[in-house]
Design a protein around this ligand. Structure first.
Ligand code: IFM
Length: 441
C-alpha cells in the first residue's frame, strides 16, 4: 500500500561528483586540481586520496547499470574542469571531453536523464595559483569552460547546473581552511570567493543560454535553515549574519541580484557597479542540497563573530550532523513563499553512517533507510502543500571520497570495497529503488 505519494512525473535519481568517484587522476591528459595539492599536503584526515576512489572513470558502465536497475530516471554528475581545460585556460583536452561524451551516451541509452554540473570543487590548480576564487579574473575562464563543455554535450544534455555549493567552497576553502585550497582568510576570503563564484556563474549561465535556448539552466546550493542556539539577542543576531553568508549570498545573488543588506558594508570593496545585474539570472531549475538545519551562536574569535552551536536533536549521522527532516519542509516552503516557487530539485540528501558488512555479505543500513524515509515524507508533504518540487536525487550513488574525511565516511546507497572496487547495493538502495519504481511508499 502506498501512503506517501509524489506528484505525477516526479524525477528520481542519484548525484555524484567527478573528484569523489572518478579516480584516474593522471589519465588522458587531466591537469592538477586544488584537491590533488591539498591531498599531497597531508590535509586528508584518514591519509587517503582520490587517486582511485571508485574508479568510476573506468567502471562507469557498471554504475549506469546500478542507476538503471534502481529504476532511477535522473543522474546528476559533475564534469572535472581539469580534464577539459587542464591549465584552467587555453588548450582543450579532447580526451577529457570524450570521457563525458561516452558517459552521456551511456546514460541516454539506459533511459536516464543526464544533469551535468560544471563545478563540484575540482578547480584547476593553475587557476588557484593565479588567485582562484579570490579574484575576478576567474570569471572569463569559467564561462569559457562552460561554453566548451556545452558545445560538445548540449545536443544531448539538456539540464545544466553551474556550481555545487558555492557557500561550502567559499567558507571552508577560503575562509576556514578545512577544504582545498586551504586558505584561512576569514570573512574577506569567504565573501570574495562567494561573490566571484556568483559572477562566474552569471557569465557561464549567459554563455550556456547563448548556446541553447532549449537548455534548462540552474545551480545547486546547500541551503540550511539557520536558527539561533538561544533567544539571546546576540545569538539571534549572529544567526542572522550567518544566514546571510551561508544561504542568502548565493541564493539571493542568482534569484534576485541582491547582496544581503546586512553584508553590504563588508562587501563594499568586493562588489563593483553592475555586479548585481551580472549575478542575477532567470534560472529554470534550482538544485538544493539538504542535510540538516544550522544552529548558530554568538562567539568572538570567528568570522562574523558566529560559530556552530548545539542543535537540540536526538538523532545524529556518522558525520555528527543532526537528523532534522522537517527542516527540508521548511526550506521548500520558504522557497515557495519567498522566491516565487521555483522549480526545485533535491540535488543531494543523504547520510554517512558507519556501515558494516553483515555475515550475508549485504549492508543492512537501517539508519540510512530511516533517514531517507523521513526526509521523503517531508518532500511529499511540501509538494502536497504547493511547493514546486520536481525531483529527488540522493547523495550518493556510491560510497566515495568525502573530501577532508577521505574514504572514511560512507554516504553511498551502494557500498564500494576500496580494495576490490566491488559494488554492493545496500538496503537503502533497495528502499529508494522501490520508492522510485512505485512513485511513493
Ligand atoms: O560529499 C559532499 C558533496 O560533495 C557536497 N555536499 C555534501 C556531501 C556530503 O558532505
Amino acid at each position: 500500500m502506498t501512503d506517501v505519494v509524489f506528484p505525477r512525473g516526479f524525477f528520481w535519481g542519484a548525484s555524484t561528483s567527478s573528484y569523489q568517484i572518478e579516480g584516474a587522476l593522471d589519465a588522458d591528459g587531466r591537469g592538477p586540481s586544488v584537491w590533488d595539492t591539498f591531498t599531497a599536503a597531508g590535509r586528508i584526515g584518514d591519509g587517503s586520496s582520490a587517486a582511485t576512489a571508485c574508479d568510476h572513470y573506468h567502471r562507469w558502465p557498471e554504475d549506469i547499470a546500478l542507476l538503471k536497475d534502481a529504476g532511477f530516471n535522473t543522474y546528476r554528475f559533475s564534469i572535472a574542469w581539469p580534464r577539459i581545460v587542464p591549465a584552467g585556460t587555453g588548450a582543450v583536452n579532447g580526451k577529457g571531453l570524450d570521457f563525458y561524451d561516452r558517459l552521456v551516451d551511456g546514460l541516454l541509452e539506459a533511459g536516464i536523464r543526464p544533469m551535468a554540473c560544471l563545478y563540484h570543487w575540482d578547480l584547476p590548480q593553475p587557476l588557484e595559483d593565479r588567485g582562484g576564487w579570490l579574484g575576478r579574473e576567474i570569471v572569463g575562464p569559467f564561462a569559457d569552460y562552460a561554453e566548451i563543455v556545452a558545445r560538445r554535450l548540449a545536443d544531448r544534455v539538456k539540464d545544466w547546473m553551474t556550481l555545487n555549493e558555492p557557500n561550502v567552497v567559499a567558507i571552508f576553502g577560503y575562509g576556514l581552511g578545512d577544504h582545498a585550497p586551504g586558505h584561512t582568510l576569514g570573512e574577506a576570503g569567504m565573501l570574495k570567493a562567494l561573490h566571484h563564484q556568483n559572477l562566474a556563474q552569471g557569465a557561464a549561465l549567459r554563455a550556456l543560454r547563448a548556446i541553447g535556448p532549449d537548455l534548462r539552466l540552474g545551480t545547486v546550493i546547500n541551503l540550511q535553515p539557520c536558527g539561533a542556539q538561544s533567544a539571546d539577542a546576540q545569538d539571534v543576531a549572529a544567526a542572522a549574519r550567518w544566514d546571510a553568508v551561508w544561504n542568502r549570498v548565493p541564493l539571493d545573488g542568482v534569484m534576485k541580484g541582491e547582496i544581503p543588506s546586512i553584508l553590504a558594508e563588508k562587501m563594499a570593496g568586493i562588489v563593483q557597479p553592475g555586479d548585481e545585474a551580472a549575478i542575477r539570472f532567470p534560472i529554470d531549475l534550482l538544485g538544493i542540497n539538504y542535510y540538516s538545519r544550522m544552529t548558530m551562536k554568538y562567539e568572538t574569535g570567528h568570522p562574523f563573530d558566529v560559530w556552530w552551536g548545539e542543535a537540540k536533536c536526538d538523532r545524529w549521522t556518522g558525520m555528527a550532523w543532526p537528523v532534522q527532516p522537517d527542516g527540508l519542509y521548511d526550506l521548500l516552503t520558504s522557497l515557495k513563499d519567498g522566491y516565487g516557487n521555483p522549480a526545485v530539485y533535491i540535488a543531494e540528501n543523504g547520510a554517512a553512517y558507519d556501515d558494516e558488512v553483515a555475515p550475508d555479505g549485504m549492508v543492512h543500513d537501517a539508519e540510512r533507510v530511516a533517514f531517507y524515509r523521513d526526509h521523503l515524507v517531508q518532500v511529499a508533504r511540501a509538494a502536497a502543500d504547493g511547493c514546486n518540487v520536481k525531483g529527488y536525487l540522493c547523495w550518493s550513488l556510491l560510497d566515495n571520497f568525502e573530501w577532508a574525511f577521505g574514504l572514511s565516511k560512507r554516504f553511498g546507497i551502494v557500498r564500494v570495497d576500496y580494495e576490490t572496487l566491488k559494488r554492493t547495493p545496500k538496503d537503502s538502495y533497495h528502499f529508494l529503488s522501490a520508492v522510485a519504481k512505485r512513485g511513493g511508499f
